[in-house]
Design a protein around this ligand. Structure first.
Ligand code: SF4
Length: 162
């Protein structure tokens, strides 16, 4: 059965930086009941607490964090890259362990965003980019979707062996 890596906050778990959640969505609840969902919050898995200070990547490119060219920084300037990288590594381990090809990750997160990100100025300015975990998963060949792309993902999942 095709399994799916999902941001924990989209499953209703209150793990976002401000202690909130982003879901849950009915379809995800069904897949969860079918045992198809592998949840992860990369930031919590990487060792950060909840709640935690908001963090952004200057320029919004998670791939550059993976190569060490950019740091993920909190509003106060603290470098939280090690925790973000640890979370991405754990997500990769889960993908390998479960043979996962698809991920549904929260949009515009410095860990999970797949298409857009904030630009590092903490001003709400969005840029084309991706979070650290999303970038790592894409590099590993995982197709990454966000919650606004759930219909597209569902069609792919339904067309798979699940
Ligand atoms: Fe949700 Fe990802 Fe942020 Fe965790 S790191 S709260 S899963 S968006």
């Amino acid at each position: 059965m095709e399994k799916l890596l999902v941001s924990s906050c989209l499953l209703g778990q209150p793990v976002r930086y401000d202690g909130s959640a982003g879901g849950p969505f009915g379809l995800l609840q069904r897949w969860q009941a079918e045992g198809r969902i592998i949840p992860i919050c990369p930031e919590v898995a990487g060792g950060l607490p909840t709640p935690r200070p908001p963090a952004e990547i200057p320029g919004g490119q998670g791939a550059a964090v993976l190569t060490g060219q950019l740091k993920v920084r909190t509003l106060d300037g603290d470098d939280v890259s090690p925790e973000f990288l640890r979370g991405a590594h754990i997500a990769l381990q889960l993908v390998k362990q479960h043979g996962i090809r698809f991920a549904l990750l929260k949009a515009r997160s410095p860990s999970c965003g797949n298409l857009e990100n904030y630009d590092g100025t903490f001003s709400g300015t969005k840029v084309a980019g991706e979070g650290v975990t999303a970038a790592a998963l894409k590099q590993a060949g995982v197709q990454v979707f966000n919650e606004d792309e759930l219909d597209k993902l569902a069609r792919l999942m339904d067309g798979s062996n699940g």
